[in-house]
Design a protein around this ligand. Structure first.
Ligand code: UDP
Length: 379
């Protein structure tokens, strides 16, 4: 029998499984509804090009302990993500920085704004667009309006079907205005992609005799919760359930549905060596997709074909598409808090992950979180 049952084989579930197996030498069963491990990090080769099937995953962290932990399961290719935004017919670097400034404005105007930015903010600092919008200075107000209109408002409408002000300010703060010349999308100390891909990283993590994986199995097919007891295949399970799926589904939507945002992923194989200049080009104002990613820039390979991905955000509908993002509004957070409170009345359920905690965790955040939960609630 198993000491722990884990629902979900993404980062949250896989880190927990690995720690329980290796550190505690206990037995774990992972239940996964998809036909593969690695959650949304899952990648595979198409036409020999390594493709991220659930959208671009670029690993970046400033946490040495997370980088070191994952380095037990993979070597890394150094990769620093670059994004251009297609604005008024030009592709310019984002986060919006001094290079962008000089590309979109006449020199004199750019100089004046650069000076004002340096008078008001520290060099190499990040200013969230909603912060910049509060500026009293006329030139900075002009800049804020420009960046808001050209980069944020329409992209956010496509991505979330909301105005930037309607979602938690942390969401748009992920892509700040950058007071400096760094053209990279992230500034973290450690950045890279697993040398042989994420799927291989997960295989290495889960390759342990104490870990069994049941694929193609929705948790409701094998697990029931009744009177605060957990049943696995109709027998009472006395161990702990680590749940990384949707918290509202776990508790049968008793406080109502939590909304999520989904994305339709449209891959295209193109008979060209390269399609675009960098890995990702964002299209805030044109077309119905938010961005195009070309995987060859992330995992370089010499071939005459290339593969691109167009992302079309859409509403999450159960059994129709995949829940990718929790939607950060006050109302949704309040609903989630009800589920969280309720979950505390179960001694044998541990919630961890983007869907279970209704949080916009990046990959490094969730690895850190899973290591913490292991330390606090299991070890
Ligand atoms: N965003 C935007 N325009 C852009 C890039 C980002 O408005 O060109 C906003 C948008 O609301 C988006 C958020 O910033 O959802 C976070 O962007 P990020 O690239 O971090 O999103 P992810 O890669 O997680 O989808």
């Amino acid at each position: 029998m198993f000491d722990y049952i884990i629902v979900g084989a993404g980062f949250a579930g896989s880190v927990m499984a690995e720690r329980i197996a290796n550190v505690l030498n206990k037995k774990v069963l992972i239940i996964e509804k998809r036909n593969h491990i690695a959650g949304n990090c899952y990648d595979e080769r198409i036409e020999n090009i390594l493709v991220h099937k659930y959208g671009p995953h670029l690993f970046h962290t400033s946490l040495k302990e997370v980088w070191d932990y994952l380095s037990n399961f993979t070597d890394w290719d150094i990769y620093n993500h670059r994004v251009l935004a297609f604005i008024d017919g030009q592709k310019v670097p984002i986060p919006f920085n001094f290079n962008t400034l000089y590309e979109v404005f006449p020199n004199e105007l750019a100089k004046r704004i650069e000076k004002k930015l340096l008078e008001n903010y520290k060099y190499n600092s990040k200013v969230p667009i909603l912060e910049l919008k509060k500026s009293k200075d006329k030139d900075l107000q002009f800049l804020a309006d420009y960046v808001y209109e050209k980069i944020f408002v329409n992209y956010t409408a496509k991505q979330w079907n909301k105005k930037p002000e309607e979602i938690d300010s942390e969401v748009t703060a992920r892509v700040p205005v950058f007071v400096g010349k760094d053209n990279r999308y992230f500034n973290d100390k450690y950045q890279g992609v697993p040398k042989d891909g994420y799927t291989k990283l997960f295989q290495n993590m889960l390759n342990h005799p104490n870990i069994k994986i049941m694929l193609n199995t929705g948790f409701k097919e094998v697990i029931k919760i009744e009177d605060k007891k957990i049943y696995f295949l109709n027998q009472e399970f006395k161990g702990k359930l680590i749940f990384t799926g949707m918290i509202d589904e776990l508790f049968d939507y008793k406080f109502g549905k939590l909304p999520y945002r989904s994305v339709r992923m449209k891959f295209e194989i193109i008979e060209k060596k390269y399609y675009q200049e960098v890995a990702t080009v964002n299209y805030p104002n044109n077309y119905d997709f938010t961005r195009i990613t070309e995987f060859k820039h992330i995992h370089p390979i010499k071939t005459n074909k290339t593969i691109i991905l167009k992302e079309y955000p859409q509403k999450y509908i159960k059994n129709k598409n995949t829940p990718y993002y929790p939607i950060f509004t006050k109302e949704n957070q309040e609903k989630y808090n009800k589920y969280l409170e309720y979950s505390k009345s179960f001694e044998n359920i541990i919630l961890v992950g983007r869907l279970a905690e209704y949080k916009y965790y990046d990959m490094d955040d969730i690895v850190k979180r899973a290591l913490e939960v292991f330390g606090e609630k299991i070890k």
